[in-house]
Every structure is written in C-alpha cells, then in structure tokens.
Design a binder for this molecule. Structure first.
Ligand code: GDP
Ligand code: ZN
Length: 365
C-alpha cells in the first residue's frame, strides 16, 4: 500500500515541506490502543507510542494523536515506533463531553474522535423517527470540524417509492444539493451504488443516532470487501463497544472508512443535552431583550448579552447557540426571509427538544 492509498496527498506533503521534515518517516494512525496507537505506512503496521517529551508538553487532549492523523515517526524497529509529532489536521470530528468518557477528553471537554475525514455520512432511517432537524445537528458537527456532510437515507424498504420521493424532496429543500444516497440493508437496494460512490484515497465516517442502520451498512460494506466483521458492534449494556483493534478500513475500491466507538457515539447524548440546556436558558433571557427580533449579538438592550456579562449564561452555551443558529440559517434557503428563518429555527428547537425527550425516554429503558 502506498501513502496515497492511505489517504496521503499533496496537502499533507506541503505541510511537511513547510515544517522541513520531508525526510522524516510518516504513517497514519489507524487505531487507538490502550497506551498506544497502531500506525500504518507503505512499509507496514507498527505499534507506536508518543514521546515522553510530547506527553509532558501536551496541554490538551487535542495534542494527542487520534485515528486518522498523519504522524511523524522515529525509532522505527521491530514493528514498533515512536510518534514525534502530528501533521496539521485538515479536518476533525470532535465531541464535547461532560464528565464521563474514556479519560482522553481532559479539562477542555473536547475529545477528538477522528481526523482527516473527507466526508461524514449522516445516516437517517426513513421510518417514523425520520427527522430533518437531527440531520441538521449531525451536519453541524461535521461542518464544525471542516468535514463535508452527506446524507444516507436508510431503510427505504419500509416505505413506498412515493414516500421516498417525498423524503428526498424534503431533504433537497432543506439541504440543497448535499450528497444524498438512499439505501436498504434489508433488500440491498442502493448499497452497491453507495459503495461505488466512495473515492479512492478519501476518508469517510458514518454518523447517526442509534438504530438507524450504521452497523448494518458498515458491515455490508466491509464484508463485500472481504473484511471480517464478526467483532464489530458488539452490544454491551446500553452502548455498543467495538473490540476490534482496527478502526480504519481500506476498501478494495480505495475508499477508507473510519469506524471507531467514538464516531458512533458522536452527537448521541452530550451534544443534544448541551443544545437543550443552551436553548432553554437563552430563550428565558431572550424574552427580556429590547427588540423582539434581537439576534443577541451586539444589539442594545440585549438581555442575553447582559446575562453573558454577569456570567448567568455560560460562554460555551452561548457559542453553541450561535453555532447552531448559523447552521440553521445556512441551511435555510437564501430565498427565505430572515423572519421565516427565525420561525423555522424556533420550530427546529421545539422539535429538537421533543425529539430529545423521546430519545431520553428510550435510553432510560
Ligand atoms: P446502528 O445502531 O445505527 O448501528 O443500527 P444497526 O445497524 O444496529 O440497525 C438497527 C436495526 O435496524 C437492526 O435491527 C437492523 O436489522 C435494522 N436495519 C438496518 N438497516 C435496515 C434497513 O435497511 N431496513 C430495515 N427494515 N431495517 C434495517
Ligand atoms: Zn438579545
């Protein structure tokens, strides 16, 4: 396998040149292990550890390698290596975590789940749970890290062709010409076309709520590539745990798929909890703003900004609010008036919250 097969390209090459490290051995992180990483390059796979110096100077979990990273190696011998540095990340899939986690998220609460992903497939099932707002939230997570979102509408065997067309139209209306595939892992429809659409040397991941069919899709994808999947997606208790030591898969058509436990969990709980809290709080203050159409950015008499000053509203929540608001506006068609957007956004938050409550109830049992 060449470095290009592993996803390396001119962009990484030029950042390497900028750093003056052209001669240094590089490899891609393909799995995170307890206490180390599995890395791969044209010569093979190595178990790699980060240097003591890097460990010592790391100020946040983002300073540590993640699956997808290109790293510079030294001391490459006998299947082992030392990671000296991480090449600048082109994109990141990250997750904000409140408290719980695997210890990698540290104080900043940000955990890097995967890096250098080109496209994130947002999987959504077309059954009664179908929800455009949820797609929007996942798209926000992707775009936030520079990753291009694309939508997979799965379980199309459950609806009629007419219903499917209606769903497609809804997506087109809301998300414009976003990449869109329709699949059924039951009937197999659309699955091959999806796989064929993967580009050689590009890196993909799958996002989406539990139960939409991510494991089924990924398993089909890997099995059709002769990759054994028995150990993937083992259920244990409420969550799913992946016990494989490989988290990055190289397909026969050259596509690269990242499937690690973190990716599947992105946005499932913490992000949504954050959204609910942020919006409830901000909505409470917003009723006291001088202007009814206050955007809470720099308007005089803004109660939200005032609360931010006094610390009554947390800065992170405030930023979270604006980020999602921007996403909603971005996705709202340009032809739509701002007022309409606001109304849509209000509706978005209402359904998002209802949806969340429903989901929480589901998780509870
Ligand atoms: P994940 O939680 O997103 O990984 O979802 P899974 O792949 O575990 O699938 C959840 C459930 O949906 C399982 O019972 C699957 O058999 C079912 N499922 C997955 N894909 C399809 C599909 O295309 N059609 C139908 N009818 N069911 C599906
Ligand atoms: Zn305001």
């Amino acid at each position: 396998m060449t470095l290009e097969d592993l996803g390396y390209d001119d962009c990484f090459e030029s950042s390497r040149a900028e750093r003056g490290s052209e001669g240094v051995c590089v490899a891609r992180v393909i799995a995170q292990l307890r206490g180390g990483y599995k890395v791969k390059n044209a010569d093979g796979e190595y178990i790699a550890k980060v240097t003591g110096k890097r460990m010592y100077s790391a100020s946040s979990p983002e300073d540590y390698p993640a699956v997808g990273d290109w790293v510079e190696l030294s001391d490459v011998t006998g299947g082992q290596a030392v990671i000296q540095d991480i090449l600048p990340r082109r994109t990141v899939i990250k997750r904000k975590s409140v408290g719980k986690g695997n210890g990698y998220e540290g104080k900043s609460g940000v955990q890097i789940i995967a890096t250098n992903v080109d496209t994130a497939f947002i999987v959504e099932a077309v059954d009664r749970d179908f929800n455009l707002n949820r797609i929007e939230r996942y798209a926000a997570i992707a775009r936030d890290g520079g990753v291009r979102p694309a939508v997979i509408l799965n379980k199309i065997d459950l609806i009629s062709p007419e219903e499917r067309d209606a769903k497609i139209a809804e997506i087109r209306e809301r998300f414009g010409d976003i990449g869109l595939a329709t699949t059924s892992t039951m009937s197999g429809e659309g699955v091959e076309a999806l796989f064929e659409s993967l580009e050689a040397g590009k890196t993909y991941c799958f996002l989406g709520s539990s139960g939409v069919g991510k494991s089924s899709l990924i398993n089909m994808l890997l099995e059709s590539n002769g990759i054994r999947t028995g150990e993937i997606g083992v259920r244990s208790g409420r969550g799913k745990h992946v016990t494989t030591s490989r988290e990055m898969y190289f397909l026969t058509n050259g596509g690269i798929v990242i499937d690690n436990p973190g990716v599947r969990e992105v946005g499932m709980t913490d992000t949504e909890t954050g959204i609910e809290e942020s919006f409830d709080e901000i909505a409470t203050f917003a009723t006291k703003c001088r202007f009814a159409d206050c955007m809470h950015e720099h308007e005089p008499g803004c109660a939200v900004l005032a609360a931010l000053e006094t610390g009554e509203i947390d800065r992170e929540k405030y930023e979270n609010y604006h980020r999602l608001r921007k996403e909603a506006e971005f996705f709202g068609s340009t032809a739509v008036q701002r007022r309409d957007k606001d109304r849509t956004f209000g509706k978005f938050m209402k359904t998002a919250k209802k949806d969340l409550k429903k989901r929480k109830a589901n998780y509870a049992d």
